[in-house]
Design a protein around this ligand. Structure first.
Ligand code: C2O
Ligand code: CU
Length: 490
């Protein structure tokens, strides 16, 4: 345990690595696509559903015939999918059987502060004999409940580890899963559903010769491999693209509309996703819920933690056609993502793309405060790291203290690519530089892809809960190396 608790990122110089795998990799589009299993509640009553998740070390067959050690929710990567219905309280009892403390965050949840996974609210394994980090947080042992009110519209959320300084290595090892919310409004839209509603978690990884996952702080020699450095600050990048934990998978789809819930669960990699042969990706939802009107894209740029809910009509292809989801930002191994082989439709397609997936948001009140937040490279504990307004993360210091019910404008500026995520509140993008929102900025967001030397303004309403929350860069290596701040809703 002593070794693993030290295996975080802060204090190492692992900031810009493309990690080449050290073993033969499968050919793209040879392994079957799979959808993560949906978790069944252990009990339900009139007002809610109760789930149990054990976090444990396990092995997974990610590469054919190879057992890869992972950390998984229920020992799986991705973790099982949780499906909540809006307004029904969801309680998840997490039991920690890993050799390290954990924190669970429901990304995109409008969650009370005690349940949100503050990075120092640590859940230690039962019988933990290692040090208890002297931190400002709530400590529990063995297991604890996370209770989510789910009083928010339908959306594609996900859950993942969030321990201060150690999120990158924990997620890389497998601690991530989908959590979907549905509601009656969504159910009435006739969107593609059932096995035509596909969660697609995209994450890059690299593999060592023995099949284990490579992460730089687990192997310092990688930091000095000549020729593999990315420009400083890219975060940790793998050379294998996993979709729902499978390298470059392939699946058969009927010639009909499908809903693809695209999630970029990579530590640091950005993608530009497009279909080949070209076909529109019709966006119906963003990070935090459905759009007011669908948007047709030829390609979608997706930064870490973002979700794009899109409909693809495979009915425009002929049976036998193959359609590849490609990453136009990729290189030799990271351009392929997954492939669809079209088979004849098994009947008429009852789905449609709604003109108005969601109602327009209620008009915002007057803007109470405008804040400037600068996301920059800087010095953290005497080492190169990442800062907000010149300061690295301090769990005890609030960078912002909005009042409950207030509307604020946050002006975000960056030196480098930083996908900026706010807990608790969803926001709307008002502008990028002197222009309006970009092509990928529409709808209710919780993560904005800030590009180098860019300024963007977002409109945030702090309506849900008071308490202490974080906002941070979702490049997990940047987050672990300081680029996180507290906002305290009063
Ligand atoms: Cu997806 Cu604070 O994280
Ligand atoms: Cu960043």
């Amino acid at each position: 345990a002593g070794i693993q608790i030290l295996s975080g990122v802060r204090g190492s110089s692992s900031t810009g690595e493309l990690l080449p795998s050290r073993r033969a990799l499968p050919e793209p589009f040879t392994l079957p696509f799979r959808v993560p299993p949906v978790l069944s509640p252990v009990r339900s009553d009139a007002t809610g559903d109760h789930y149990r998740v054990t976090q444990r070390a396990a092995t997974a067959e990610i590469l054919p015939g190879v057992r890869t050690p992972i950390w998984g929710y229920e020992g799986q990567f991705p973790g099982p999918t949780i499906r909540s219905v809006r307004g029904r309280r969801t309680v998840v009892t997490h039991r920690n059987e890993l050799p390290v403390p954990v924190v669970v965050h429901l990304h995109g949840g409008h969650t009370p502060a005690t349940e949100d996974g503050f990075p120092t609210d640590l859940l230690y394994p039962a019988g933990w004999t290692g040090a208890h980090e002297p931190m400002d947080g709530v400590m529990t042992h063995g297991s604890r409940d996370y209770a989510y009110p789910m009083a928010q519209p339908s959306a594609t959320l996900w859950y993942h580890d969030h321990r201060m300084d150690f999120t990158g290595p924990a997620v890389w090892r497998g601690l991530a899963g989908f959590h979907l919310i549905t509601d009656p409004a969504e159910a009435s839209l006739a969107l593609p559903s059932g096995d035509r509603d596909l969660p697609i978690m995209i994450a890059d990884r690299s593999f060592d010769a023995d099949g284990s996952l490579l992460y730089p702080s687990l192997d310092p020699t990688l930091l000095h491999t000549p020729g593999v450095r990315e420009p400083y600050g890219s975060g940790v990048l793998g050379d294998v693209i996993l979709v729902n934990g499978v390298p470059w998978p392939i699946t058969e789809v009927p010639a009909a509309r499908h809903r693809l819930r695209l999630l970029n669960a990579s530590n640091a990699r950005r993608y530009r996703l497009a279909l080949d042969p070209p076909a529109p990706l019709v966006q119906i939802g963003a990070d935090n819920g459905l759009l007011e009107s669908p948007i047709r894209h030829d390609a979608i740029e997706i930064a870490p933690a973002q979700r794009f809910d899109v409909v693809v009509d495979f009915g425009r292809f002929r049976p036998g056609d193959v359609v590849t989801l490609r990453n136009e930002f990729g290189d030799r191994t990271t351009t392929p993502v997954m492939r669809f082989r079209v088979r004849p439709a098994d009947g008429p397609d009852p789905s449609r793309i709604p003109d108005r997936p969601a109602a327009a948001p209620a008009p915002a009140g007057p803007v109470a405060v405008t804040r400037d937040l600068r996301f920059r490279h800087g010095t953290v504990n005497g080492m190169p790291g990442w800062t907000i307004n010149g300061e690295p993360f301090d769990p005890g210091r609030a960078v912002a203290a909005p009042r409950l019910g207030d509307t604020e404008i946050w002006r975000l500026s960056s030196d480098f690519h930083h996908p900026i995520h706010l807990h608790l509140a969803s926001f709307r993008v008002l502008s990028r530089g002197i222009a309006g929102p970009g092509a990928y900025d529409h709808g209710p967001k919780d993560t904005i892809d800030l590009r180098p030397a860019e300024q963007a303004s977002i409109l945030v309403r702090f309506t849900d809960h008071p308490g202490r929350y974080v906002f941070h860069c979702h490049n997990l290596e940047h987050e672990d190396m300081g680029m996180m701040g507290v906002f305290a809703v009063r």
